[in-house]
Ligand binder design. Structure first.
Ligand code: GLA
Length: 376
């Protein structure tokens, strides 16, 4: 694989002696390369979790909303919008001079059933669903015009084989629902960056599906600013070569690449897939939750090396990557404590359950300072 040797040289001494300078932050370490962000829950952006809010303000220069801008939360019933928490999310970002992301407008999940149904529970027709989509996007994007800088317009439209997912959006509107969603978002805020966001799109078939999809959108005159590579990663997937190839392929489309939901699952796989489909569930068993009382040092160090390897790829593509956003701030907040198995103790992020930086944090900070990192 081309440029493979560049990864080989980014191997780190992760021993205790090589700790990063305590004052260095993620946003400063990668300034000039890409923004670094986190998805926030409401305790963080309202300041109820004051320690986490301070950590976010210190470390990150972009934020995403974990849940409060999903359709079921912001628009739970016809004509009823709840902007209380989204307003506070946007206020928090502005107060801290951050690039604010909106997530997500059109998705098959966490969208109430009424959106797709009439009063009798039958599917609505194309015109009705298009009008609902239009009204939702106009209202939500319009409210934060000039304040939210980029939107995940469509989330997870593809199957793992690269074909279009048979979502209610596709079934009722047809393939052009994607073009329409981007057009409505552009109309509501012409300055906002518009993104397509999905998981496992490093894999060949799905990667090809993304390429086809973006080309079709571009042919229809849609301006896609970036592809969001969610980055719900495992210790052994994607390989650095696969990650590198995916970013290269996407950047060739003339769009930016955002690593939009990064985390690395160190727990045993409960299913064979690399999918991050939120609908997947698996039964709980002790063997799937091996570290309830803390992460063994060897795993901690392996996670640090894994993060360093991935950030090596991101830095190589610094001109093509807009931001790297973690899906959560500290390990205790992560969705991976409850997915796909409920009640596990997961360790996927850079900060531990007490909001302290982990060896993985030191590893990525140190990488930014290496000759092969920022100062090339
Ligand atoms: C997907 C969605 C996110 C979030 C994560 C898991 O990746 O895009 O909004 O739900 O799953 O929490």
């Amino acid at each position: 694989m081309r440029n493979c040797s560049r990864f080989a040289v980014i191997s780190l001494a992760l021993g205790a002696a090589a700790t990063a300078p305590a004052q260095m932050t993620l946003k400063d370490a990668f300034r000039g390369a890409f923004r670094v962000g986190a998805a926030l829950n409401e305790a963080q952006f309202t300041g109820r979790d004051a320690r986490a809010a301070a950590l976010v303000a210190a470390q990150f220069n972009t934020i995403s909303p974990e849940n409060v801008l999903k359709w079921e939360r912001v628009h739970p019933r016809p004509g009823a919008y709840d902007f209380d928490l989204p307003d506070r999310y946007v206020d928090f970002g502005e107060q801290n001079h951050m690039f604010i992301v909106g997530h997500t407008l059109v998705w098959h999940s966490q969208t109430p059933r009424w959106v797709f149904e009439d009063g009798q529970g039958h599917p609505v027709d194309r015109a009705t669903l298009l009008e609902r989509m239009h009204e939702h996007i106009r209202t939500v994007v319009g409210r934060y015009k000039g304040r939210i800088g980029g939107w995940d317009v469509v989330n997870e439209a593809l199957n793992d084989d690269g074909t279009l997912r048979q979502s209610p959006w596709l079934k009722i509107i047809g393939e052009d629902y994607l073009v329409k969603a981007f057009e409505f978002a552009h109309e509501a805020d012409p300055q906002a960056e518009l993104y397509y966001n999905d998981y496992s799109i490093e894999n060949d078939a799905k990667r090809n599906g993304v390429v086809d999809l973006i080309r079709k959108l571009q042919a229809a005159g849609v301006l896609v600013a970036a592809i969001g590579v969610q980055g719900h990663d495992k210790m052994d997937w994607p390989s650095v070569e696969l990650e590198d190839a995916a970013i290269t392929t996407f950047a060739r489309l003339g769009v930016k690449v955002n690593i939009s939901e990064l985390d690395i699952d160190v727990l045993p796989r409960a299913t064979a897939q690399t999918s991050a489909d939120v609908a997947i569930t698996a039964n709980s068993q002790a063997s799937l939750n091996p570290y309830p009382n803390g992460l063994p040092d060897a795993v901690q160090q392996a996670l640090a090396q894994r993060y360093a390897d991935l950030f090596g790829v991101f830095l190589k593509h610094r001109g093509e990557i807009g931001r790297v956003t973690f899906w959560g701030v500290a390990d205790g907040d992560s969705w991976l404590n409850n997915w796909p198995v409920r009640g596990r103790t997961s360790y996927p992020l850079l900060f531990d359950r007490q909001d302290r930086p982990k060896p993985a944090f030191d590893a990525v900070i140190r990488l930014a300072g290496q000759p092969k990192g920022l100062s090339r």
